[in-house]
Design a protein around this ligand. Structure first.
Ligand code: ADP
Ligand code: MG
Length: 590
């Protein structure tokens, strides 16, 4: 079949090619367009050789013509587009090589590198086992097998640590090449992988904090209601104990109620802390001093077979924290370390200063600045990835029923956050665990606000003082009234703020101290105190709450020290704070 070009530009090339074939005796080869019988235009690749007679005179051309329309249009459309160029570049592998079925290199080529041939010399003939770490080599061997068995492309990924370089990620495409060989195209996908990992990490963090938020809200709500009930139970039990002082047998039962009630109260406190719903009263303190105090308390609980190594930062570390919360944080982490150690081991407690820059991804939750850092490390059993992922969840525990509540680290998480800090845990199974807590570093510790608690004089004074108790929960109101009356105070009660205002306005009722709930219908405790102080400037007051007043939280927490008591409280705590407040000249409004 004679195929003749139909376009002028093709014709010129065609004539040239035929001419060359005749004159120089070379093969005639050309891509050109022709018209088919049905009128359609096709691209063909024509290859031909000149046939000559005995004298060497060309007689005719013999050859083949192949329809290459599809390839040609694809090529042309790619040529057209700018984007195609970059796609081409991206598709070029960073490495191409040929392996036989035993994993021996037959060819090796680095498209971009000039020295690819010198390198290739060394590589050709060596096996994947000689060139790659065992796990990657094994992956290659397995893929060669699959690729040759199924005669299909194998795609796999692996990471490699090249000499003096960081870990890099590669993607390999392996295609069958002949019967016993494969061609491998490898691309360095490190940057791509890195971006992917960062995205995933962000997603996980977001999901994690959303989960914690919703569990927190749930837990916080339950804890609040439970706390009020506990207050009534514990208060009544305490009164019962006071009145039963002569009867040893009955007292024993009351003691039981009190001690289990106390444990329940501790649990609620942890839940509230996790939900960041615990009212906090932060004070300026030296972190070293706080930790030392807690550690001394814990010595007995930790046991002698475990060595506690304490390495404080050589200078005071001023922080602004709720000291009771700090106590709980350190205690929870230390007790976990103890549990992880079992019979024998070491716990290292260390404080330092860390500087957080603006771009540090290691401290995602922190703003830049200086932080006091507390590290508690144990060489205990450590934990697996899957446990580590869940440690902060409330009620997540791997301990036996009765041994763990799963609230320890949940509390730590909430409390550290509430103190504007961050907690991170790293662990290696079988090696140990490190808990790192960072708290914003303050300028200095004001001398007047040292953490030592004021001594309270417990000798019973004659109480002429009159206390107004404002509380909307009946059961709690009556318990407090009974308790204070038992201690000799005169008590007036009000179930609502308006009732309290009415009592105060009535001049015949001289009030020395107001003990008020924080969250109530009508107005909150703080507003109530403000209003009451309009008629009595020197009125003293104490807030009580098991829950954060949103107002208080928003306003930046309560005044530390003497005008706040956390529910549930016991007789001793209540009478202490009342007495202390009454003795104080100024109730500490700052
Ligand atoms: P609990 O101690 O009541 O189980 P936590 O919230 O304190 O609850 O801890 C949750 C879980 O985290 C523990 O059950 C344990 O599996 C794991 N864990 C915590 N601290 C450590 C540690 N230092 N070493 C090993 N595992 C730990
Ligand atoms: Mg624990």
């Amino acid at each position: 079949e004679v195929a003749e070009p139909i376009f002028a530009e093709d014709l010129e090339r065609w004539q040239e090619s035929v001419q060359r074939a005749i004159e120089q005796g070379v093969e005639h080869r050309i891509e050109m367009r022709i018209t088919r019988k049905d009128g359609s235009i096709r691209w063909i690749e024509a290859i031909g050789n000149v046939i000559r007679d005995e004298q060497g005179t060309p007689v005719r051309m013999m050859g083949t013509a192949m329809d290459v329309t599809e390839r040609k249009t694809a090529e042309l459309s790619l040529h057209d587009s700018e984007a195609a160029n970059s796609a081409f570049l991206q598709a070029i592998p960073d490495l191409i090589f040929r392996l036989d079925k035993n994993g021996v290199h037959k060819d090796y080529f680095i498209p971009e590198a000039e020295e690819s041939f010198t390198r290739a010399d060394k590589i050709i003939g060596s096996t994947v086992h000689e060139l790659l770490p065992a796990d990657v080599a094994a992956l290659y061997v397995k893929s060669i097998q699959e690729c040759l068995d199924h005669r299909a492309t194998e795609i796999f990924e692996y990471s490699l640590q090249l000499e003096n370089e960081e870990l890099k990620d590669f993607e390999a495409r392996m295609v069958p090449f002949g019967l016993n060989e494969v061609m491998v195209l490898v691309r360095n996908v490190t940057e791509h992988k890195q971006a992917e990992r960062e995205r995933e990490h962000l997603h996980e963090q977001l999901a994690q904090s959303q989960k914690m938020e919703s569990i927190g809200r749930l837990a916080g709500g339950v804890a609040h209601d439970f706390n009020n009930l506990l207050q009534a139970i514990l208060g009544n039990a305490e009164l019962l104990r006071l009145k039963l002082s002569h009867d040893k047998k009955l007292r024993c039962h009351v003691e039981q109620i009190l001690s289990t009630g106390q444990r329940s109260a501790e649990l609620t406190r942890q839940l509230l802390a996790f939900a960041r719903k615990q009212t906090v009263a932060p004070v300026h303190a030296d972190l070293n001093e706080l930790i030392e105090r807690t550690l001394n308390m814990l010595r007995r609980l930790i046991g002698e077979h475990i060595s506690v190594h304490w390495h404080p930062y050589p200078a005071p570390l001023p922080v602004l924290v709720d000291t009771a919360q700090m106590d709980q944080i350190v205690t929870n982490v230390m007790l976990n370390a103890r549990d992880a150690l079992g019979a024998i081991g070491n716990i290292t407690v260390q404080t330092s200063i860390v500087e957080v820059g603006s771009d540090e991804s290691a401290h995602a939750d922190l703003t830049r600045g200086r932080y006091a850092c507390l590290k508690i490390t144990d060489d205990g059993e450590g934990m697996s990835e899957s446990i580590l992922e869940r440690v902060f969840e409330p009620f997540f525990t791997t301990k036996k029923i009765g041994e763990g509540t799963g609230l320890g680290l949940a509390m730590v998480y909430g409390a550290v956050k509430q103190n504007r800090g961050e907690v991170a845990i790293t662990s290696t199974q079988g090696k140990g665990t490190q808990v790192e807590i960072n708290l914003p570093l303050q300028e200095s510790v004001p001398a007047s606000l040292s953490v030592t608690e004021p001594d309270i004089d417990h000798t019973d004074l004659t109480h002429e003082a009159r206390v107004l108790v404002v509380e909307d929960e009946d059961a709690i109101l009556s318990v407090i009234k009974d308790t204070l009356e038992h201690k000799g105070y005169q008590v007036v009660t009000a179930a609502t703020p308006s009732e309290a205002l009415a009592i105060c306005r009535d001049n015949s009722a001289r009030i020395d101290l107001v003990l008020t709930d924080v969250i109530m219908p009508e107005m909150n405790g703080e507003e109530l105190v403000d209003r009451l102080r309009e008629c009595r400037k020197d009125l003293k007051f104490i807030y009580m709450s098991g829950y954060p007043a949103d107002v208080i939280a928003a306003k930046g927490l309560l005044n530390p020290g003497i005008n706040f008591i956390h529910k549930p409280f016991n007789v001793r705590a209540l009478t202490d704070i009342v007495q202390q407040c009454l003795q104080h000249e100024n109730t500490g409004i700052t």
